[in-house]
Design a protein around this ligand. Structure first.
Ligand code: NBP
Length: 478
């Protein structure tokens, strides 16, 4: 046994992860169900480091130093269970099984429990950064036992992306499925970020009348400021790209239907279960879903739109500046919601997740990497008990300074008939939290009327019910 780590599942992610370990000086055992992929890896990249090619699960396990560390990088779902079933009987107490796929965190909880009973550590690891990140340094979100992190952590720290200050973008998130949960929310925030950027583009195009090339230039400008992020950077690239076949802007030849694989949907489903209002993420998932309903869209094409006058050309630049404010303010809200969900998950499952550490490891390597995350890290580090990002002084001040423009953009979008579900939901969340009194009082009154669901009073302790069908006198419930 010579390999310090093994990777089974050598599609794009597994292959690049194995190479990343090898490039960092580790001897890596590699295995894939279809052995041709194993051979291809060693043949193509064998000179990057030391690989041990294994043809069978037995060979693979035998190649690993004890305690064994083996990374499963196969398609999430049943294939992961199949691989675990195949390998688990070959493992011994103390070995560490790492699932680097995009597993649902409930699956990770189940697998962790099953393997723990056999003395095997199961570590669900969220990995973000796509194909390139896996090779060059991803953001890595490991769950699992503290003990397993002691053996695995230093290796992950070596292959992970490094933030500007040199800190590795990985940390022990918390026990069992904490890592996969945080990865799920990362992807939910990614959906929200992408939706907000798409809305900003749509407004610049349809309200300000900018061309895709001009919007690319605008985004490049934004990318040098507080919106500095990978997603803004690649958006500018996509918008500046011209289709070779037609000479048209690339964005105009792509069908306007956004697909999804499921992590955004999971984030919203779990948020509903936890009772966390992640309206920005939900609107992003629904916006993709709406885009895919060709039949509904076709049936609605003739519905009347507004008769608003378009913006005068002279106002376009000022409007673009307002869109930047709206985008930034909405982004603060989506991160507020995402971090709320992580806190809620951490409390529900007893994970004790350090929110500042999560922001810290998202600063590089992952898809939502952004300068902004350094500020979120600072906010949680200075006040670990921070209830909401919006209650951080700096963010509160910034969103306050942006709000007039943000409101103007949402109003103008409504006036011109341009959908901005992300911007509008974020603004409603902000105003909802700010409100002295919410109409929830009326909602509760309605609930009491039709279902005797009772209510609490503003002026007295206790639970009450009004006899709506009778003399409308108030009774004390309980
Ligand atoms: P895929 O998700 O396309 O999975 C392909 C791999 O799964 C191949 O190695 C295949 O083996 C193996 N596999 C399957 Br399918 N069924 C199997 C079974 N029953 N037993 C053994 N092996 C089986 O690969 P990927 O795109 O590299 O992603 C790997 C994981 O990483 C996924 O969970 C994905 O969600 C996650 N992830 C992907 C990205 C990304 O950007 N692509 C980013 C972050 C996380 P074969 O060669 O024999 O068919």
């Amino acid at each position: 046994a010579t390999a310090q780590i093994g990777v089974t599942g050598l599609a794009v992610m597994g292959r690049n992860l194995a190479r990343n370990f090898a490039r960092n000086g580790y001897t890596v055992a590699v295995h894939n169900r279809t052995t041709a992929k194993t051979d291809a890896l060693v043949e193509e990249f064998g000179d990057e480091g030391t690989f041990v090619a294994a043809r069978t699960p037995e060979e693979f396990v035998a190649a690993l130093e004890r305690p064994r560390r083996l990374v499963i990088m196969v398609k999430a779902g049943d294939p992961t269970d199949a691989v675990i079933r195949e390998f688990a009987p070959l493992l011994e107490e103390g070995d560490v099984v790492i699932d680097g796929g995009n597993a649902h965190f409930e699956d990770t909880r189940r697998r962790e429990k099953e393997l723990r009973e056999r003395g095997i550590h199961f570590v669900g690891v969220g990995i973000s950064g796509g194909e390139e990140g896996a090779l060059e340094g991803p953001s890595i979100m490991p769950g699992g036992s503290k003990e397993s992190y002691e053996s695995l952590g230093p290796m992950l720290e070596k292959i992970a992306a490094k933030a500007k200050d040199g800190t590795p973008c990985t940390t022990h998130i918390g026990p069992d499925a904490a890592g996969h949960f945080v990865k799920m929310v990362h992807n939910g925030i990614e959906y929200a970020d992408m939706q907000l950027i798409a809305e900003a583009y749509d407004l610049l195009r349809r309200v300000a009348g900018y061309s895709p090339a001009k919007i690319a230039e605008t985004f490049r400008g934004w990318n040098t400021g507080r919106l500095d992020s990978y997603l803004i950077e690649i958006t500018a690239e996509v918008l500046a790209h011209t289709d070779a076949a037609t000479g048209k802007p690339f964005v105009d030849i792509v069908q306007d239907r956004a697909e999804q694989k499921g992590t955004g949907r999971w984030t919203v489903q779990i948020a509903l279960d936890l009772g966390v209002p992640v309206s920005g993420i939900a609107e992003a998932v629904f916006a993709r879903s709406l885009s895919g309903h060709a039949d509904l869209r076709e049936a609605a094409r003739e519905l009347p739109g507004p008769s608003a006058t378009p913006l005068a050309e002279a106002e376009a630049a000022a409007f673009a500046d307002r869109v930047e404010q709206a985008l930034y303010a909405s982004k603060i809200v989506s991160y507020t919601q995402g971090f709320h969900q992580i806190r809620a998950g951490s409390e529900a499952y007893d994970w004790d997740i350090d929110l500042g550490a999560v922001a810290s490891i998202w600063r590089a390597g992952c898809i939502i990497r952004a300068a902004f995350l350094d500020r979120i890290r600072a906010a949680y580090d200075s006040r670990p008990g921070l209830v909401s990002l919006l209650s951080d002084d700096e963010f509160a001040q910034e969103i306050g300074a942006a709000q007039d423009d943000w409101r103007a953009v949402v109003a103008e979008a409504a006036r011109q008939g341009v959908p901005t579900p992300g911007f509008a939901a974020a603004l409603s969340y902000y105003d909802g939290l700010r409100a002295d009194r919410l109409p929830a009082a009326l909602t509760q009154g309605q609930r009491d009327y039709f279902g005797a669901h009772t209510y609490r009073r503003t002026d007295r302790e206790g639970t009450f019910h009004t006899l709506w069908g009778g003399d409308r006198s108030e009774t004390v419930a309980e």
